[in-house]
Write a protein that binds this ligand. Sequence first.
Ligand SMILES: NC(=O)c1ccc[n+]([C@@H]2O[C@H](COP(=O)([O-])OP(=O)(O)OC[C@H]3O[C@@H](n4cnc5c(N)ncnc54)[C@H](O)[C@@H]3O)[C@@H](O)[C@H]2O)c1
Length: 431
Amino acid sequence: MSRAYRVAVVGLGKIGLPVAAQLAGKGHVVIGADVDAAAVASVTAGTSHVDEPGLAEAVAAAVRNRRLTATTDTAQATRSSEVVIVIVPVVVDREKKPDYKMLDAALRAVGKGLEKDALVLIETTLPVGATRNHVAPILERESGLICGKDFYLAFSPERLYSGRIFQDLARYPKIVGGVDEESTRRAVAFYQASLDAEVRGVSNAETAEFAKLAETTYRDVNIALANQLALYGGARGADTKEAFVAANTQPFSHLHRPGIGVGGHCIPVYPHFLLNDSRTGELELVRVAREVNDGMAARCLGWLDDAMGGLGGARVLVLGLSYREDVKELSFSTALAVIELLHRAGAVVLAHDPHFTAEEIAGLGVEVVVLDKPVAVDAVIVQAFHREYRELDWARLTGLRAVLDGRGTLDATTLRARGVTVISVAQPPGP
Ligand SMILES: NC(=O)c1ccc[n+]([C@@H]2O[C@H](COP(=O)([O-])OP(=O)(O)OC[C@H]3O[C@@H](n4cnc5c(N)ncnc54)[C@H](O)[C@@H]3O)[C@@H](O)[C@H]2O)c1
């Protein structure tokens, strides 16, 4: 029999808010805590500041039923809760080292409010060993309590995909690993009372941390392989897209798609959590995969430069600024590297993305384009193929000479019939 818990969710962002709404929907009494006063005000008013299918309705219902409230006072939220979920990002700095600033601030506040017997659940992706060696000491120092005796601590990664978070919450097994057996047991019991998905307790916190890093790194390495295979196949007249679809009919083959770059704050970031504490010679494949994927943008622009006879002075339109299609998310987006490379090559950079305002786009130092009237461009780079681009009237792009299909998603037939050169990562000119 499941029971209702008093829960604090620290960090009401793209993942934290849906998690808070999910917990409230399961009957728990949830307090969301965030340093962003506007986010807290929005939740308090029963609205969602995060764009996610089903979230606005879930937040409205949870606030109406008094199952969800919000505060900027994390210590107070912690004090009145039996379970505290922390979901505040850890990113990497310029040297690709984990940057714990935001998480540590949140943990200090949690520590100040931590009561005896509370269960703390870290859902932020962390390097292996960080729950035990980084999180626990901060909580102990701030609270004066002892981990494993006075309070319990477990790590449980979020593996959700923006745009379908509630479906993923219902079907992805929840991996849970505590710093000791009792922490794992309590964490498993809590998640079983909170999710419809299977809850899978693993040996310890390190195993749960490693599972998340192994999964994201697998995807990065897979994409690097797809990129290299595409270069090889393209240079030999093979249609890579068709070849991969054919190859993946073998159940052991899961080739991902080649592309102009890997973005977002997961896949290009978390391999560094492993690489940072790897010994010389360890994880070489992971290191090379990162280099391959990070090098794709420059390689693709090289092809475009060749096709155009130089990019200097050319008007180049970047379609899609988000790191992937159909979301608004600029963090670690390949669009940023593409814009920088184009500027360096002397091109005039134009950009369009239906998810961003004109001010947000102009803030990137590019010309803002609207696509409902003719616009003069020499080349287009498809960086994120948002669903809006499926109906794009390419005839509005006057003077168009070349298209770089950075996601291998375009049907190039009509463009080629109009004399436009189309270069696709699915069939690249070669290494
Ligand atoms: N976004 C994704 O697609 C995704 C997918 C899987 C896992 N994750 C995990 O979820 C974590 C959070 O991601 P997100 O997309 O929700 O981030 P986000 O940037 O959308 O939200 C983070 C929230 O934390 C708040 N915050 C920052 N410092 C704080 C503090 N000291 N106290 C309280 N709140 C604070 C911010 O104001 C913000 O609202 C990631 O680091 C990752 O580990 C994210």
